[in-house]
Design a protein around this ligand. Structure first.
Ligand code: GLY
Length: 426
């Protein structure tokens, strides 16, 4: 009988996970909660929200799902893995205590200090007045971070003391991030090049993925407000073999060993958001799950069956599996609704979606919904169009060829995704 898998989430990351799992030679039967209009062609979508832990558990028990794979951070921080394990349900992802490495920036810094991981200097504050006083003396620019999960909006890089104080007041006094911002971290600003390296880990063995680079700003040339991610490419030339090995040995293994020693072993995907300064990697943040849109460029290059990797992680036998990658490149261009990351309109008809899979491109859905026969926009980030090729230039051309053929009212995308790769001299 085919293995039954539930993927939790509804974004481009989860569409990519479902797409990759659908390629498993074991032909799993796939479900997704809640999913989107792209995922529904590969999996049965069930209308249960990603943070409805009780609803998800009831569904998994009643449908006799064999394995649950968690996409986003919110259910991890709510303790879905703990609840499922208690009910003897197989699940891929870290426990609530281990996922604090993402859900609390202060906890993450404690892990890094204990594991001697290179990271910018930072100070945490629970009260407004000392935070404001500390800022007076701090050199500029300075980084203000809300401690908890703030949907990617909790980090401000301030170039004036006034802006930094405003960020602290917004977080602690005006509670714009709710309880997530009641504690803040004031951090040294580092000027360098950002890089994402993620790793599968079963709590003992670490298997790093290919390095990728995300584009967080909304506009070409990396200008404008931060977003959830406007595109990505992989492998990023900045992530040389030597740098990836250094990150594996000096970031991932120490982090995983420290988490275990502290009684919260980490199983799943550990994401290191790095700043490379003069060739040295500093950890800006850890996430407890796969990146979005990094997943849309990394998983297409995974040669090993993703289902085998996930099972090896869940069953603590990653040391027995050789995870292999294709010698190709991938570029993902994210198409967004007009106005994103501010307020935006939804409900626009999307035209030009390819009727059949195209060998060189994949269109991963994020904020989409079906109305009758039409696919409509239903979120800020709407689609992630991934192009593949032997070189980044070919992958980029493929991604843009497909992107230009898809239209909806107010569609926005950056036209320079992967531009840093072409200028990179690692
Ligand atoms: N791409 C950034 C993130 O997934 O958090």
């Amino acid at each position: 009988m085919a293995v039954k898998i539930l993927v939790i989430g509804s974004g481009g990351r989860e569409h990519t996970m479902v797409w990759k799992l659908a390629q498993s030679p074991r032909k799993p039967r796939l479900y997704c909660a809640p999913g989107n209009a792209g995922i529904e062609s590969l999996a049965t979508c069930v209308p249960i929200n990603a943070d409805d832990i009780a609803g998800l558990k009831t569904f998994v028990q009643s449908e006799q799902i064999d394995l649950t794979v968690v996409g986003p951070e919110a259910p991890l921080a709510l303790g879905i893995v703990d609840e499922f394990r208690e009910a003897k349900l197989k699940i891929f992802g870290p426990t609530k205590s281990a996922s604090r490495i993402e859900a609390s920036k202060v906890f993450s810094k404690e892990i890094m200090a204990s594991a001697k991981i290179r990271t910018p200097a930072a100070q945490s504050f629970d009260h407004l007045a000392p935070a404001l006083a500390y800022l007076e003396q701090h050199e500029l620019p300075v980084v203000v971070k809300a401690d908890g999960l703030a949907q990617g909006k909790g980090v401000v890089v301030a170039t004036t003391h006034e802006a930094a104080k405003q960020a602290v007041r917004d977080s602690m006094e005006h509670a714009v991030f709710g309880p997530a911002g009641q504690r803040v971290l004031i951090e040294q600003f580092l000027d360098g090049e950002e890089l994402t390296i993620m790793a599968f880990t079963d709590g003992r063995t670490v298997s790093p993925m290919l390095p990728a680079q995300d584009h967080k700003r909304v506009g070409d040339g990396d200008v404008g407000p931060n977003t959830g991610g406007m595109g990505a490419y992989c492998p990023a030339p900045l992530g040389t073999a030597a740098l990836c090995e250094e990150v594996t040995k000096q970031v991932f293994y120490p982090a995983v060993e420290t988490l275990s020693r502290m009684g919260c072993p980490f199983q799943g995907v550990l994401y290191a958001g790095l700043m490379v300064v003069k060739g040295l990697p500093y950890v800006l943040e850890f996430n407890a799950r796969m990146g979005d849109p990094e997943t849309q460029v990394i998983l297409p290059l995974l040669k090993t069956d993703l289902l085998e990797v996930i099972e090896a992680v869940v069953e603590h036998r990653l040391d027995q599996l050789r995870v292999e990658w294709h010698a190709e490149t991938a570029v993902c261009v994210v198409m967004t609704s007009a106005g994103y990351p501010g307020s935006y309109q939804t409900g626009c008809v999307i035209d030009g979606l390819p009727p059949l899979p195209d060998p060189a491109t994949m269109v991963f859905h994020a904020g989409t919904a079906r109305t009758g026969a039409k696919i409509m926009t239903a979120g800020g980030r709407v689609l992630g169009v991934t192009g593949l090729g032997k070189t980044l230039a070919v992958a980029q051309a493929e991604a843009y060829r497909m992107t230009r053929s898809i239209t909806f009212d107010g569609a926005h995308y950056r036209t320079d995704i992967a531009h840093r790769a072409f200028a990179c001299r690692p």
